[in-house]
Design a protein around this ligand. Structure first.
Ligand code: GDP
Ligand code: IMO
Ligand code: MG
Length: 424
């Protein structure tokens, strides 16, 4: 059996959580492969809204196993809070969740280092979620990191102390105030004791064994392709590979095991944090998108920057991921717009281009826009879509060369139109 992958094609928050929840009945296993509590994946059903940060979005389904893969970084305090919230909603998390021993741990000092780094950058700050993601991946690639599996070893505390001391020295050099660290560490150690009860596994063996036994696996991406550490708008990116290849390294599956690649995008564009965004609207149209789309971060509550759909960037992400099917979300947010604009080309150095330039600065990239007619109607998944929305879908399918198999028309599980879906 092959692994299907669902990932964001923009700057995150495309609606991955909602769509994974919708697709989960088709799968036996949902697996997160990168990122950590910087993610905020929202699901809505039965009149209730849930936001997940580290736990895969299949957790609400009785028959599905959820895996936190080796590529994920875990903050035990956030994970414990998430589990307690779910258990409070009668979700038996420990029966439905397994965690890779190789997943790295976010320590309190990683969070402080994240803050110190952003403070030092001043106006050039990344706009990080400050969840300790960058420093934790730095320790991973620097071969210093602490992993979940280390908790089972006798020298865990010694290893923790050694890394903490190194971080404290770094923070002192940066003249960063570490007051409150002791309380954070006590909370962290308590949270580690709590998550000890979880099922730790060698997830690469588990997943490959399940594939051999014809189990269906969906890999759930976090963030989006334009935040990828290699291919995103560097340095305004996150610290992991958010593209499809990340599913191989973040779960231990071979590239030949990848099946369908669902690329998810909003019918417009948003971004949280700093960095280039060629189609950004700083006017009342941008504010209208923010208001209609309720564009405020699921993790930090920050207002999201809003703009029109960027097909140049969408094509780039579709290429990098080998997307086989597109999923468009938040079409309903455009219901009251007379016209919908789309960027089809950039002008860079006076020349028209359909590629993202190496020096990807908003000030250097002029988006060339095209207008399409809006549908000016409420959308209903039980009825035919308005002709203007069908035209918008056709336009995107033609430009990307990829079919749109799902259109999402609202935040609830039920507000989903499945057009022509292929799964493993
Ligand atoms: P994720 O990080 O990709 O899972 O996305 P987020 O959960 O951070 O942000 C997406 C937001 O849009 C959430 O508040 C969802 O409830 C909401 N959402 C998802 N799909 C739709 C949709 O089709 N229409 C509307 N109006 N909201 C949606
Ligand atoms: P989901 O999975 C949107 C952004 C941050 C910042 C940059 C680096 O919900 O789509 P980091 O905390 O990783 O150091 O931040 O990446 N960012 C996200 N933006 N959605 C996310 O996740 C994000 N995770 C990180 O705002 O610009
Ligand atoms: Mg999100």
């Amino acid at each position: 059996m092959q692994v299907d992958v669902l990932l964001g094609l923009q700057w995150g928050d495309e609606g991955k959580g909602k769509i994974v929840d919708v697709l989960t009945p088709n799968y036996d296993i949902i697996a997160r492969f990168q990122g950590g509590p910087n993610a905020g994946h929202t699901l809505e059903f039965d009149g209730k809204k849930h936001v997940l940060h580290t736990i895969p979005s299949g957790i609400f389904h009785e028959k599905t196993m959820n895996i936190i893969g080796n590529g994920v970084v875990i903050d035990p305090i956030v994970l414990r809070k998430e589990i307690l919230g779910l258990v409070g909603n009668d979700v038996p998390v420990s029966d439905r969740l397994k965690v890779s021993r190789k997943a790295h741990l976010i320590m309190p000092t990683h969070c402080l280092l994240d803050r110190a780094s952003e403070t030092a950058k001043g106006k050039d700050k990344i706009g990080s979620t400050l969840k300790g993601i960058g420093p934790t991946y730095m320790d991973k690639t620097g071969r210093n990191g602490l992993r979940i599996g280390d908790l089972e070893r006798a020298d865990f505390t010694k290893r923790y102390d050694a890394l903490r001391d190194k971080h404290v020295q770094m923070l002192e050099r940066l003249d960063f105030d570490i007051e409150g660290l002791e309380a954070m560490e006590n909370d962290w150690m308590e949270a580690m004791e709590y998550i000890r009860q979880l099922n730790f596994i060698n997830s690469e063996y588990y997943i490959n064994e399940k594939l051999k036994n014809e189990k269906r696996v969906l890999a759930e991406g976090a963030q989006g392709s334009l935040l990828d550490i290699d291919f995103g708008s560097y340095p305004y990116v996150t610290s992991s590979n958010t593209v499809c290849a990340g599913a191989c390294t973040g779960l231990g599956i071979a590239p030949s095991s990848i099946g369908e690649v669902y690329g998810i995008f909003k019918a417009y564009c948003t971004r949280v944090g700093s960095g280039p965004f060629p189609t950004e609207l700083l006017d009342e149209t941008g504010q209208k998108l923010r208001d209609e789309g309720n564009e405020y971060g699921s993790t930090t509550g920050r207002p999201r920057r809003c703009g029109w759909l960027d097909v140049v960037a969408l094509n780039y992400a579709t290429m990098l991921n080998g997307v086989t099917q597109l999923i468009m979300t938040k079409a309903d947010v455009l219901n009251s717009f007379d016209t919908i604009e789309v960027c089809k080309q950039y002008k860079v150095d006076g020349k028209r281009s359909e590629e993202l330039p190496f020096y990807y600065e908003s000030s250097e990239v002029e988006p060339k826009m095209e207008s399409l007619k809006g549908w000016k109607k409420e959308l209903d998944h039980t009825q035919e879509l308005p002709a203007e929305l069908e035209d918008y879908i056709d336009y995107i399918e033609t430009e990307t060369g990829c079919p749109i198999s799902i259109v999402s028309l609202g935040p609830d599980r039920t507000q989903t139109l499945v057009r022509d879906l292929h799964t493993v």
